[in-house]
Design a binder for this molecule. Structure first.
Ligand SMILES: Nc1ncnc2c1ncn2[C@@H]1O[C@H](COP(=O)(O)OP(=O)(O)O)[C@@H](O)[C@H]1O
Ligand SMILES: [Mg+2]
Length: 324
């Protein structure tokens, strides 16, 4: 869907922001660009919609070199949400969301319908929020509008640059969860920039870890966490490694392995099969339950006992008694 082939970006001042980057973003996946500040994440992302142009190599979208596409037309097919959102302050929420559909000359009734649909999708009451200006919104509400605007014309590709960056941890986690649920329905190809390894592991199907413009590792979260490709990756994960390992192990894997009970009696507290072992541990602690029901979609698929959970945690950390 998106291909970087030996892409470099040297800024006029002489900074090599991106250094020989080769990677593919597959259709329908969320690829996270992860790295510390200045590692070249934003620059890499901006080369996809030509807000920045490569100085070497090729960026292709749908097989076509972006340098051979009209940048304005290209940008209309790619949604873009950024950290400080860049909502137009003199436009209402409704007008902000309508920007790209208007450029695409959608008929007004279709635009109105789309605005309502998107506001509901991001959890804002259309009647209440349509007429507001960005200054009349909280940080979390602004981010929601930013996401709605990026999705407005239903683009196949969405670029998100630290979209939840400027939020308090609770609102941030809430928006991440909502976006994950939303993403499961809309199936877009998403490039997501963050400097936060926890956010990367949570949001990404795959993670590209960059350092000084160079790709250090490109892998699924679990593989990145369990098999760091080099010392840089290892140092980057650092002391978060144990927590990250528990975040990347899913409860559903226990169901498949037959490590949890198949009784259909529903316990008081419940988990989803794509919840992590860490989430399961947290829920067991907060509910004081000693067994949790596991659901896949609406269906009850098993019961996880405290003992089974602790055994799975020990096993995934390589601490179980049977492991060497
Ligand atoms: N317009 C620009 N002109 C010159 N240097 C830039 C420009 N934009 C970014 N850089 C430099 O390129 C490097 C990568 O920046 P950036 O892609 O924004 O990093 P990140 O998004 O990972 O924090 C940094 O050293 C930054 O200072
Ligand atoms: Mg950046």
């Amino acid at each position: 869907m998106i291909q970087f082939e030996r892409v470099s970006k040297m800024f006029p001042g002489g900074t090599l922001a991106v250094d020989n980057l080769t990677l593919d973003v597959h259709a329908g996946e969320t690829l996270v660009l992860l790295g510390t500040s200045g590692s070249g994440k934003t620059t890499s992302m901006k080369m996809v919609n030509r807000l920045t142009e490569p100085t070497a190599g090729h960026v292709r979208v749908d097989g076509r070199d972006v340098m051979r596409q009209d940048p304005i037309a290209l940008r209309r097919t790619i949604g873009y949400a950024i950290q400080h959102i860049g909502l137009f302050t003199h436009m209402t929420v409704a007008e902000n969301i309508a920007v790209v559909p208007r450029l695409l000359r959608w008929p007004q009734p279709r635009i109105d319908e789309r605005i309502d649909e998107l506001l509901i999708m991001v959890g804002l009451d259309p009647r209440q929020f349509q007429p507001r200006y960005p200054a009349q919104l909280s940080g979390g509400q602004r981010q929601r509008v930013g996401v709605a605007r990026a999705l407005a014309a239903d683009p196949p590709i969405v670029l998100m640059d630290e979209p939840f960056g400027a939020l308090d941890p609770i609102t941030r986690e809430q928006l991440q969860d909502e976006f994950l649920a939303l993403e499961g329905e809309i199936r877009k190809t998403i490039v997501f920039v963050t400097h936060d390894v926890f956010e990367a592991v949570k949001m990404g199907d795959r993670i590209a870890l960059l350092d000084a413009g160079r790709l250090q590792q490109l892998d699924a979260p679990r593989d990145l966490v369990e098999r760091p490709a080099n010392e840089f990756v290892e140092a980057f994960l650092g002391h978060h490694r144990v927590q990250l390992e528990l975040m990347t192990r899913k409860v559903g894997a226990l169901v498949k392995a037959g490590d949890i009970g198949s009784e259909t009696t529903t316990a008081a507290a419940s988990l989803h099969d794509n919840d992590s072992l860490l989430t399961a541990l947290g829920k067991m602690k907060s509910t004081r339950a000693d067994r949790l029901s596991v659901f896949r979609r609406e269906q009850h698929v098993g019961t996880l006992s405290r003992r089974q959970l602790l055994a799975a945690i020990a096993e995934s950390l390589g601490l179980s008694e049977s492991s060497p």
